[in-house]
Design a protein around this ligand. Sequence first.
Ligand SMILES: Nc1nc2c(c(=O)[nH]1)N(C=O)[C@@H](CNc1ccc(C(=O)N[C@@H](CCC(=O)O)C(=O)O)cc1)CN2
Length: 516
Amino acid sequence: MRPPSSILPLGHYDTIYALSTAPGRAAIAIIRISGAGWWDIYQALCPNRPPPTPRKATLRDLLDPSDTNNILDSALVFHFPAPKTVTGEDILELHIHGGHATVKAVLAAIGQCRSKHTIRYADAGEFTRRAFQNDRLDLGQVEALGDALSAETEQQRRAAMRGNSGKLGRIYEEWRQLLLAARGELEALIDFSEDQHFDESPAELVRNVTSQIGPILEAIRRHQKGSRYGELLKRGIRISLLGPPNAGKSSLLNIIVDREASIVSEEAGTTRDIVEVSVDIGGYLCVFADTAGLRSSSSIGGVEQEGIRRAKAKAKDSDLVIVLASVEPSDSSNSSIYQLASGHSGLSTFCDLESLKIAAEAEQAIVVVNKCDSTRDLGTQLEYTKTKIDNLLPGRSPAVVSISCRDAEQSGGLDPGNIGALLDILQTTFGIMTNVGDDLDLLGVSERQSQLLSTCTECFERFKDEALQGEECDIVVAAEHLRAAAACLARITGRGEAGDVEEVLGIVFEKFCVGK
Ligand SMILES: Nc1nc2c(c(=O)[nH]1)N(C=O)[C@@H](CNc1ccc(C(=O)N[C@@H](CCC(=O)O)C(=O)O)cc1)CN2
């Protein structure tokens, strides 16, 4: 029988197959086969049966090619004819029962099929690589797919899907075409200026091109902002918990992650190193760094001092700083401790100045006042605390929330220890930190793409510098800057004259699993 699809595959690639669902026991497993060899595989497994109707589920017994009395499984099979498929090639999907032995037997049978096409097990990401090679996806979409596959939180998933539409790739391609056209005009000047009459003088032309790239430059800035926010969602929001020893940093972290993630001890200065814990708060991936308690005292040892140094460095590097203040009796041994407000029965609100200094410089900061136990009446004291913090961090007015780790650990109630309020404030803050405006697609710009956009703007700047020379402007040099800018855009999508596509593909496909 002739294969039902008369359309030849686009490239001359091996036929690849793989288990595309997770290995292990499951109700159903899907084996995907991509390439011209699909027909030989189908015939070997379903001898003398008519081809499946394209894109329709067809029930077939799969037989062992070396012993046709041995029915391997009763499966649903699908044929997706090239080129309108996910890889651009013919695809055969076998939806089989998920038992280990069934999957193993069917994979072994496919491996034994005879064909003039080489049939082999796929490498990691190879189906997606085919999609790229056959122009079904651009590099940005491949990256987004990788992100979608590794998304663990709702916001990671949303950011990944934003890069998936191909819209960004189309925009970059449009810009690239514009630049190439402008470069073409400049080069026409260079090549023919002696024997042809041009409406525009070279200086005028360069000026026109400069005004054409103005809006692109603006758009690039928006894309870079989107990328920063998208990365916050994808790689997680890095949060540092700062405060004096025993303020309750580790307890709070443990309550938040709801597991024993870092050492909790009554002894001051036990969290010497930085413990990083990832947690999903309202769909946002948060990476908490539980740092050594900050205190400046000559009596502390070298190891602890190193811990403090690292804590400060980490805090500078984080996206959000949570300063932990607490309500307790005064600790005279700690010179950097600061009394924010004094209250009843010898209790005051304390914070340390080092933490506040770091918060003053942080991208975002929140102050959490711990040890506000239900037994304490702290209303006015907390009001004073808020006012004091606003005075100490002018223009920042960070959210101040009171909690009690002790209540959270010990008692029931609706929201013991007010932790729910803290989590609400965190979520609101994350929303503000990642608010990219109406054009949500900008969240799909990856870090790699953003770096290329930076290089692209550098080329623009060089072009503009050259253009500013007016009559002295060197057209050859100016055209070269435009070519370099266009090449950056080509490397984003992996199309056009993108030189190092293989290298980029290597990086992008590292994330992929076999079967994808
Ligand atoms: N069984 C199965 N489920 C799957 C996939 C798959 O390959 N197989 N996918 C694998 O990633 C995802 C779906 N992605 C797909 C993307 C494009 C086409 C496709 O055939 N596109 C054609 C025709 C589109 C149409 O019918 O309108 C095209 O784009 O030309 C199929 C699946 C998730 N679920």
